[in-house]
Design a protein around this ligand. Structure first.
Ligand SMILES: *Cc1c(COP(=O)(O)O)cnc(C)c1O
Length: 388
């Protein structure tokens, strides 16, 4: 399997020697018939789990009706998904693309275009955070604050700099009249599940208002219900100017996008930006079903409750196992910091039928489908403890 795959697929991932063939809810089955509890969820993608019946039906229906037309035309699915996102985000206009990197790309373009029109032609500087992750396209990887992802890619994009996360003085020092945008994650995902300090975000918001700087929240991982709110900024009680999304939005189908306040959104005009596949009726039907489900009565409150339950159980493990240094995160986005190689623990858990994924250099991430049950959480924590 590895040999066959590596012969024809570029080795950009170190893959485990497992081939998955089917899934149901939070359970995945491999080609040997072995079952796994999935606390990776395609890295925070399968928000409704695997083969959710309502989701499957909605997508199948759309597949039978209309899959793709160019964005030269309208479709009801695209408009209704944008309407729902606008309604629940408190922002004004959406641009659809296909992935998280593309969403960040769109946001970074938008802040420069906005600044050219409404600030100064010289305002091109973008500030990003150390340990951040924004995706693999050139602007997104330049904004990513982790050198290991940038190896051999130089020259990177100009005028994108980094400051330490949660350090307001470092940020203030970096800002000049030429700063057009600041991009950050409310909880750094790939960087190790590092939550922003609420007071820090509030001050960043105030600075951006005062200095006419576009504040971008990259919610590709934190968004779409992951933290127990539709977007993490809603938990922090502040509103960014532009928010990026992708991962969980299509429940497994590839869709991404940005939502912006009108003032910023209007900086894009016909020709400013585009995407051939972006927001086609098939992926938007998937997105509509996901958002409808998440916003149905009690769903997000339940995510919050299950997240608290998971976090409490993991925190209790910390008392027993000195190798656990910290348990952090929000909702169903929890990281466990350990003082030994996370890879070994992840491998051990996998042997015992639990899928987990590392985050940063020393954290293990729990990002199960949002439909996970307390019984499944119990089971996962039990396997995790055995792996420790
Ligand atoms: C995963 C991720 C991205 C990149 O998304 P892709 O769909 O892989 O391009 C960007 N930002 C954050 C915060 C992410 O977690």
């Amino acid at each position: 399997m590895n040999e066959q795959g590596n012969k024809v697929i570029m080795e950009t991932y170190k893959r485990f020697p497992i081939e998955f063939v089917s899934g149901e809810g939070c359970i995945l089955t491999d080609s040997q018939g072995k079952k796994y509890l999935d606390f990776v969820a395609g890295i925070a993608v399968n928000s409704l789990g695997h083969c959710h019946p309502g989701f499957t039906e909605a997508v199948k229906k759309q597949l039978d009706t209309l899959v793709h037309v160019s964005n030269l035309y309208w479709t009801k699915q695209g408009i209704s998904l944008a309407q729902a996102l606008v309604k629940y985000s408190g922002l004004d206009q959406v641009f659809f693309c296909n992935s998280g990197a593309e969403a960040c790309e769109a946001a970074l373009k938008l802040c420069r275009v906005y600044a050219k029109l409404y600030k100064s032609p010289d305002a091109v500087e973008i500030i990003a955070m150390d340990q951040s992750f924004h995706g693999r396209t050139y602007a997104a990887i330049t904004a990513t604050g982790q050198k290991k992802y940038q190896k051999n890619l130089e020259p990177l994009m100009p005028a994108i700099s980094h400051v330490p996360f949660n350090d307001i003085e470092a940020l203030k020092k970096q800002i000049t009249p030429d700063t057009c945008g600041i991009i950050l994650e409310a909880i750094q995902g790939e960087g190790g599940i590092n939550p922003a300090d609420p007071a820090y975000l509030k001050e960043v918001r105030e600075i951006c208002d005062r200095e006419n700087i576009v504040l971008i929240f990259d919610e590709v991982q934190t968004g779409i219900g992951r933290t127990g709110a539709l977007f993490a900024y809603q938990k922090y009680g502040i509103t960014p100017d532009v928010v990026t999304m992708a991962k969980g939005l299509g429940g497994g189908l590839p869709i991404g996008g940005i939502i912006a306040k009108e003032k910023f959104a209007k900086a894009f005009t016909p020709g400013s930006h585009a995407s051939t596949f972006g927001g086609n009726p098939l992926v938007c039907a998937a997105g509509n079903y996901v958002i409808e489900t998440l916003m149905s009565d009690g769903f997000l409150a339940d995510v919050q409750k299950k997240g608290d339950y998971l976090k409490a159980k993991l925190t209790a493990l910390k008392e027993k196992h000195t190798c656990i240094k910290d348990v952090r995160g929000m909702g169903l986005m929890i990281g466990v910091e350990v003082d030994k190689a996370p890879g070994e623990i992840v491998a051990k858990a996998m042997e015992n039928g639990l899928l987990l994924v590392g985050a940063g250099d020393s954290a293990i991430r729990f990002v199960p489908p949002l439909v996970v049950t307390e019984a499944e959480i119990d089971q996962a924590v039990e396997i995790f403890e055995k792996a420790l």
